[in-house]
Design a protein around this ligand. Structure first.
Ligand code: ADP
Ligand code: MG
Length: 305
């Protein structure tokens, strides 16, 4: 019975955004908007692996939603709702209260509803969120669409989360604990970008996924990487480690033609966008600095490495 009281107490809020039936029945019901495709993704956070056990539960709740909305945004889609599969070692009301508040705060910020899920007991605290979104038929931006000559751009700043992980307590910890999914920008980019990905495992690795899927290469100008002022005085190796191989940025990396780039720049967009390189016919990821080719090897985070 405890399971039902947890659901009712923490995960059954009434105010929802365009949902026919939410938490409480065997399944939820939604009416798809006409001519739209359903976009779905899932992401799991395991305590002790994706976040330290003593992480503020509010931040865990926020982040478990945010990382999924980031995947929806990276398709160019608009997020609509989430499902939450929660495995708990024990019932800790203080934790559940903070967690559900953080989860709903992120939902509210992006107009998303929690429409269902599952609650179980297990030795490990595991949070699995499934996110749903909508996009006009055929408008989604895939990893496979990069074209030779495209500019490569990135939103916001890169490396903050990795920096924060090595400087716990620093102001930038907010970027690690409360990532901002670039929902509005992603949705705008469906009209501009040829390819897109969100950066969860490091810019080099995630851009690498675009290059592989599109069968192209890239040249990145490391002097152009957008970084926070706090990272400016770091020694170059460390800086590149954080910006190119550091995970958890949840910024968007996308490619677009030079014409579309100019057109995009004429929009008023709140999120900063920086051009960092170009798609090339020659395969592989190459780097320049002061117009000189640089030899760098970077790997992002790998779960089974
Ligand atoms: P069933 O046994 O039919 O799968 P459950 O008893 O698991 O249903 O869940 C009851 C209702 O509560 C369902 O609508 C389910 O989607 C919802 N639910 C269960 N756990 C959660 C959760 N952690 N967050 C949101 N909704 C949940
Ligand atoms: Mg059932």
């Amino acid at each position: 019975m405890a399971e039902f009281s947890i659901i009712d107490t923490y995960f059954n809020r009434k105010n929802q955004y365009s949902v026919d039936l939410g938490v409480g029945d065997d399944s939820a019901l939604l009416t798809p908007p006409p001519q739209q495709q359903l976009v779905i993704c899932a992401d799991t956070l395991v305590a002790g692996r994706h976040f330290p056990l003593d992480t503020n539960p509010h931040a865990v709740g926020w982040k478990s939603v945010a990382v999924n909305l980031s995947d929806i945004a990276a398709m160019g889609a608009k997020p609509h709702s989430i499902l939450l599969a929660l495995s708990l070692p024990q019932i800790d009301h203080a934790w559940l209260k903070g967690f559900s508040q953080g989860l709903y705060d992120c939902c509210d910020q992006f107009g998303v509803s929690l429409i269902g899920g599952d609650t179980t007991q297990s030795p490990h605290l595991t949070i699995s969120v499934t996110a749903l979104g909508w996009i006009e038929q055929g408008k989604s931006v895939l990893r496979s669409g990069a074209k030779v000559g495209d500019y490569i751009c990135v939103s916001g700043t890169v490396g903050d989360a990795a920096f924060a992980l090595h400087h716990l307590g620093h102001l930038l910890q907010k970027r690690l604990d409360y990532p901002t999914p670039r929902c509005e920008l992603g949705n705008i980019l469906k009209n501009y970008a040829n390819s897109m990905i969100d950066i969860s495992d490091g810019l080099a690795q995630d851009l690498g996924h675009i290059l592989k899927a599109s069968n192209v290469g890239a040249i990145l100008d490391i002097d152009q990487l957008p970084i926070s002022p706090e990272l400016e005085n770091l020694e170059q190796n460390k800086l590149l480690q954080y910006t190119l191989a550091g995970g958890d940025d949840y910024e968007l990396c996308f490619t677009l033609s030079p014409e579309k780039y100019e057109a995009l720049k004429s929009n008023k967009i709140d999120t900063p966008i920086t051009k960092i390189g170009k798609i090339t016919q020659e395969l592989g990821l190459h780097f320049t600095q002061n117009n000189q080719l640089q030899l760098l090897e970077f790997n992002g985070y790998q779960h089974f490495a």
